[in-house]
Design a protein around this ligand. Structure first.
Ligand SMILES: Cc1cc2nc3c(=O)[nH]c(=O)nc-3n(C[C@H](O)[C@H](O)[C@H](O)COP(=O)(O)OP(=O)(O)OC[C@H]3O[C@@H](n4cnc5c(N)ncnc54)[C@H](O)[C@@H]3O)c2cc1C
Length: 446
């Protein structure tokens, strides 16, 4: 069996590359050991957002009176929320399968192993390829905290499929995944405590806006322990106890359930990566060039596996660039404007450089900050909720970064991303005609 392109991993990177290469007329084989769609579709982006949407509807129903609407008694059924999540996932997985089949991609369900750069084995069969694309993704990282092996903790997978609401939940790790689950369970009435080692939640997002989001969730009842190191986990009759240390000293919290969301790391073991003589970076990631090609010609590495961004939309774009390079279309990867979004309620999103990164790089800039209330549409749809739009502008008036707190930040951030990617100035931006009334008009207010 000979193919022009073999792909290991059917997540966003793998299925995007397979579809693009199939469309371009290449013969493609795609190996996936679990389910097409990868982490993103089966246990990441899509299921979390589906659950969060149910929580949002419930929140709106509870607060409907603020908009002059009476909802007698809002309630929810967690089993039904989880069942709907699974239905959405099934539908989208089928959609991907249909697209790949339409483009003549040979899908092999099984665990692939690399023999050499032109030979893959899977379930006793040997496949030959001219080009190889590796996109095995990432996995949950569980830190070696004392006692961790003796307690039953949740990872995101357990939290997604849990059908019985705990009374209380301790979340170790206040990053994006931790905060999205914190938001979901808080909306459903669970007493949530987030323990974060850094001095602010959502490391990597704008610090000021992250602090504002934290203040919002503190009002909603979430307890935050920042700058706090978890030193021991233990099982008690009353639940799981998290022992911690911070500048105030040592303490404990006990919760019915514990969610570990400390981070993720690339899947580099168990599929013969060592059979390729790959170059690695100082950060112990696989080295790739601007076409996503590794140091071994014809071997490409996309998505979470290369450790650059660990986001689905980055994986998708990287996969397109790799296929364009294979098919001889000039294309290079740019990481200048990769949006970061947290789908809490309100949402927070950022693109381009943060103030902290600009300061470290010594790049001169000024900050323009506006309340989201400058947008009529935002005021109409966000009773009693504040938001902020922060733009970082360079000395030559180009937009270097944009950071938003307020709905629908996830949809608006792409407008700012285009401006950052295209080196637009504030004046350029204002020449676009925005529909009125939209929240995006905030970008014309600068
Ligand atoms: C809870 C959660 C929420 C998230 N939310 C978001 C979000 O909102 N937005 C966002 O951009 N990102 C989000 N992410 C991150 C996103 O899921 C990843 O960035 C994305 O899935 C990476 O895509 P990928 O193709 O690199 O790898 P993956 O999606 O991890 O896919 C890799 C695939 O490779 C397969 N595989 C591995 N080894 C082999 C082998 N040897 N043979 C065959 N198959 C193999 C795996 O089974 C897997 O299906 C979230 C992640 C989690 C965990």
């Amino acid at each position: 069996m000979k193919y022009q392109l073999a792909i290991i991993g059917g997540g966003p990177a793998g299925y995007t590359a397979a579809e693009a290469a199939g469309k371009a007329g290449l013969s493609v084989v795609l190996f996936e050991k679990r389910s097409l769609g990868g982490v993103c579709l089966n246990e990441g982006c899509i299921p979390t957002k589906t659950l969060l949407y149910s929580a949002k509807i419930y929140d709106y129903a509870k607060h409907a009176s603020k908009y002059g609407v009476t909802v007698p008694e809002a309630s929810f059924d967690l089993a039904k929320i989880v069942a709907r999540k699974s239905k959405v996932v099934r539908k989208l997985v089928l959609g991907i399968k249909a697209k790949l089949t339409a483009h003549q991609v040979h899908i092999v369900t099984g665990e692939a192993a690399i023999v050499d750069k032109n030979t893959i084995q899977c379930d006793g069969e040997t496949y030959e390829c001219e080009n190889l694309l590796l996109c095995t993704g990432s996995e949950t990282f569980i830190p070696s905290i004392s006692g961790v092996e003796k307690v039953d903790y949740w990872t995101h997978r357990d939290a997604l499929d849990n059908k019985e609401l705990p009374g209380s939940l301790a979340i170790v790790g206040g990053g994006v995944i931790g905060m999205e689950f914190a938001s979901f369970f808080n909306s459903l009435g669970v007493q949530v405590t987030v323990v974060e080692m850094m001095d602010e939640i959502l490391g990597g997002m704008d610090k000021e806006l992250s602090a504002m989001l934290r203040a919002e969730y503190t009002k909603k009842g979430i307890k935050f322990l920042l700058g706090t190191k978890v030193v021991e986990l233990s099982k008690q009759d009353t639940g799981i106890t998290v022992a911690y240390e911070n500048t105030q000293g040592a303490g404990t919290i006990t919760a019915d359930k514990l969610l570990m969301s400390v981070g993720r790391r690339p899947v580099t073991k168990g599929f013969g990566l060592e059979n390729l003589d790959l170059k690695w970076t100082e950060r112990k990631c696989i080295w790739v060039d601007k076409h996503l090609q590794s140091s071994v010609p014809g071997v490409y590495v996309c998505g979470d596996l290369n450790g650059v961004s660990l986001l689905a939309h980055t994986a998708v774009r990287e996969a397109e660039v790799a296929v364009h390079h294979i098919t001889g279309k000039g294309d290079t990867m740019s990481y200048r404007a990769i949006p970061g979004v947290v789908y809490t309620n309100p949402e927070i999103a950022g693109v381009g450089m943060s103030e902290e990164a600009l300061q470290v790089a010594g790049i001169p800039y000024h900050t323009v900050k506006l309340p989201m209330a400058y947008s009529g549409r935002f005021v109409a749809e966000n009773e009693g909720v504040n938001g902020v739009c922060k733009i970082l502008v360079g000395e030559d008036d180009t937009i270097l970064g944009a950071h938003l707190l307020g709905n629908p930040a996830s949809e608006l951030i792409v407008l700012a991303g285009m401006a950052v990617e295209e080196h637009k100035t504030v004046e350029d931006w204002k020449r676009y005609v925005f529909p009125h009334p939209t929240v995006g008009e905030i970008f014309r207010e600068f």
